[in-house]
Design a protein around this ligand. Structure first.
Ligand code: UDP
Length: 548
């Protein structure tokens, strides 16, 4: 009945069994094994800090849609050939976390397995009594998995329909889904419906890799670091830089990022350059994009890559991939990250990669988290076409005597365990279940009338607080706007992402008609938005003070 902390990795490995031996879970299993000692230690340390007793053991289904045959993505096939690994990092850490926290796990990656389990779910219109005995309490999946759901689960998506059983879902969604793109009817009417959007879930049911917009929940991952491991010998840092780019195409110029060869040439004049580029031995034109002076090690396994990072002074960004785990690993191992600045910013409007992603976010650099949350002396965000600036930055870094590693608490094993535990214990998207106490509690929240033209995300941040969409409902009224300082004789209800707001042109208080559109992002020159803002734990931005 109760969740008991569990550190027996062999038990976890029994659950992580590949259904059709495509080796789909191989990379995940490797990462979990490698990180297990640190994970188990972190679990014990968290247990000493906070009371972990009396938590209900939940039945959790983890469905890795990205690894299914139907996805057509070949994630499984390319995991040791330079394919994307950020997602696998996130899934590995999620699985490890849920298991350590003592919940009952089932892991699937093919639609048939999913159907086998979920077809046992009672229909949405069955009496409340039977819905209380669902075979699962929480389902983590991704958007591919969600589509499989809709297609393969008996009774169709009906029984996972809006506000019904779909409340069990948690969607792992690296780049996030903004409310305007999530509500299908709205997205369609405003011509922003994309293949990824229109899922009609509550925006906080999407779990992102970085804290992008507080409309979604920040899940994150663990930054791997071995500096303090007892078996690790201290490695001398050499005059060496490592390039961030495991595929050849990442070294080539594209429409938006140009001048990579000149950028590398100038760095090369100051320091030895290394790479970990996957070499396809079957391909005819081998490594033509990689300068001959680069010492390429080929794709490395985790241990070797981390050794190389600890030997290097600089980790060189090439502008792609966006927002991966590797720069945080480099910084955690003491290397300094050179982060290419984007001007104009990259977004779904101008890059192929973000096209169709359900977000309007604009990336001002390759790694906005490193730019905004870490910054100098760990990260230098620079224009890579400005050769003088590149030269100066690299020289400054090379002349340092010491290289300090840095790792935000939210990216440690303990930080992830604490955050996910808080979500599991407190988030409840189901209306038919007994509602727990409001979370985050009112005591952590302040209501702020923002400046004209400022989003709630920014209005809260300006006061060192974080927008918390779960409290919008409490302030969606003329009375709340008046209390916060608006002066409006009239009020009206509007459907849109910008409300509640005070319209400074018409002097009207404007409230929100569609709760699914409450949103922290979105701004309008004429509007002062009324915002729910909460405090946060330094280093654990997802949680309010006392909310762990
Ligand atoms: N990685 C690795 N060997 C390499 C290069 C990268 O194991 O030679 C790992 C790296 O440690 C990180 C993961 O691949 O944990 C994802 O890296 P990246 O930031 O490149 O993100 P992606 O674009 O793959 O999502």
């Amino acid at each position: 009945r109760y969740a008991n902390i569990s550190t027996d990795i062999e038990e976890l490995m029994k659950v992580l069994v590949d259904p059709n031996e495509r080796q789909g879970y191989a990379w995940i299993r490797m990462r979990i094994r490698r990180m297990w000692p640190r994970f188990s230690k972190a679990m014990k340390s968290l247990q000493l800090k906070q009371d972990m007793n009396g938590r209900r053991k939940k039945k959790i289904l983890v469905h890795l849609g990205l690894l299914s045959k139907q996805s057509g993505w070949k994630f499984a096939e390319s995991q040791f050939k330079g394919g994307p690994l950020g997602e696998l990092v996130q899934w590995s850490d999620l699985v490890a976390t849920l298991f350590l926290l003592g919940h009952q796990l089932t892991i699937t990656s093919e639609a048939e397995q999913l159907a086998g389990i979920l077809n046992k779910l009672p229909a949405a219109n069955s009496p409340c009594q039977s819905r209380k005995e669902l075979p699962v309490d929480i389902i983590y999946t991704d958007i591919v998995g969600l589509r499989q759901f809709k297609k393969h689960v008996k009774g169709g998506y009906g029984k996972f329909s809006k506000k019904q059983n779909s409340c069990l879902l948690r969607i792992v969604d690296s780049f996030g889904t903004e409310p305007a793109y999530n509500l299908r009817s709205w997205a369609k009417a405003h011509k922003i419906l994309t293949t990824w959007g229109g899922q009609d879930l509550q925006p906080q049911q999407f779990f992102t890799m970085f804290p992008h917009s507080p409309d979604n929940s920040f899940m994150g991952f663990v930054v791997e670091q071995h500096l303090n491991d007892t078996n690790v010998v201290k490695i001398e840092r050499r005059n060496q830089a490592l390039v961030y780019g495991k595929n050849e195409y990442m070294w080539e110029d594209d429409d938006l990022v140009q001048g990579k060869a000149a950028y590398l040439d100038v760095i090369k004049s100051l320091v030895e350059i290394h790479g970990t580029v996957y070499i396809d031995t079957d391909a005819k034109n081998k490594t033509h994009s990689i300068p001959s002076y680069v010492n390429n090690h080929g794709l490395l396994n985790g241990e070797d890559l981390h050794t190389l990072l600890r030997q290097s002074k600089i980790f060189i960004g090439l502008g792609f991939p966006y927002e991966g785990p590797a720069p945080l690993e480099a910084i955690a191992n003491g290397a300094v990250f050179i982060n290419p600045k984007f001007n104009p910013p990259h977004s779904s409007k101008n890059t192929k990669f973000f096209k169709g992603k359900p977000t309007e976010r604009k990336l001002t650099s390759q790694h906005p988290y490193a730019e905004q949350f870490l910054g100098e002396p760990y990260v230098y965000t620079i224009d890579i076409k400005n050769i003088q600036q590149v030269k100066d930055t690299v020289s400054r870094i090379l002349h340092r005597n010491e290289f300090h590693p840095y790792m935000p608490y939210e990216y440690t094993e303990e930080g992830m365990l604490q955050r996910m535990n808080a979500y599991i214990e407190h988030q409840n998207f189901c209306q038919f279940q007994k509602q727990p106490a409001k979370w985050p509690p009112n005591s952590a929240v302040k209501f702020i009338l923002g400046e004209k033209g400022v989003s709630c995300k920014d209005a809260c941040w300006a006061k060192n607080l974080i927008c918390d969409p779960s409290h919008f409902r409490d302030i969606n009224s003329k009375e709340s706007l008046l209390e916060s300082g608006a002066t409006c004789p009239q009020s009206k209800e509007i459907t849109g992402i910008l409300y509640p707001s005070f319209n400074t042109v018409t002097n009207e208080c404007e409230t929100q008609k569609e709760e699914f559109l409450f949103s922290c992002v979105g701004e309008h020159l004429e509007l002062q938005r009324l915002c729910p803002c909460r405090n946060y734990i330094k280093g654990q931005t997802a949680l309010c003070q006392g909310c762990e």
